[in-house]
Design a protein. Structure first.
Length: 133
């Protein structure tokens, strides 16, 4: 068996603001908290070892407070895909939560590049349901 992607870690300066943004953006809930970090997971049953080994699941997102601001383009980013609305509607929703459009040199692409409130880039992919929105 191969490894599973279990966590995506996002450094941030404002832990409270970034936790709120990513909780709302993903529909996740707080799973754990420590000194300078918060872990978010999808809602639902505990994702214990058996579930982790059994099959695919959405990774957790951990936000970790750091003293420095983001300074360059991310080398790794996440893609979000709307499941119950159009891509355009999801972009509007994410912008209302504090995301902003980002230009990383993309040209004509089917995805939209946004940045979270601290400038971490992510993409919004076309919706799963072409009838959505």
């Amino acid at each position: 068996m191969a490894s599973r992607l279990t966590d995506v870690i996002i450094d941030c300066r404002d832990l409270v603001r970034m936790t709120g943004f990513w909780k709302q953006a993903l529909g996740y809930e707080e799973a754990n908290r420590g000194d300078g970090w918060v872990s978010l997971r999808p809602p639902g049953p505990d994702a214990g070892d058996e579930r982790l080994r059994a099959g695919a699941h959405a990774p957790a997102v951990a936000l970790v407070a750091v003293p420095e601001a983001k300074s360059v383009k991310n080398r790794v980013h996440v893609d979000l895909t709307p499941v119950d609305r159009s891509q355009a509607d999801e972009v509007v929703r994410l912008e209302s939560l504090g995301a902003s459009r980002a230009d990383i040199g993309q040209r004509d692409t089917p995805w939209v590049v946004l940045a979270d409130p601290e400038g971490n880039e992510f993409c919004v992919m076309p919706e799963l349901d072409p009838e959505a929105g």
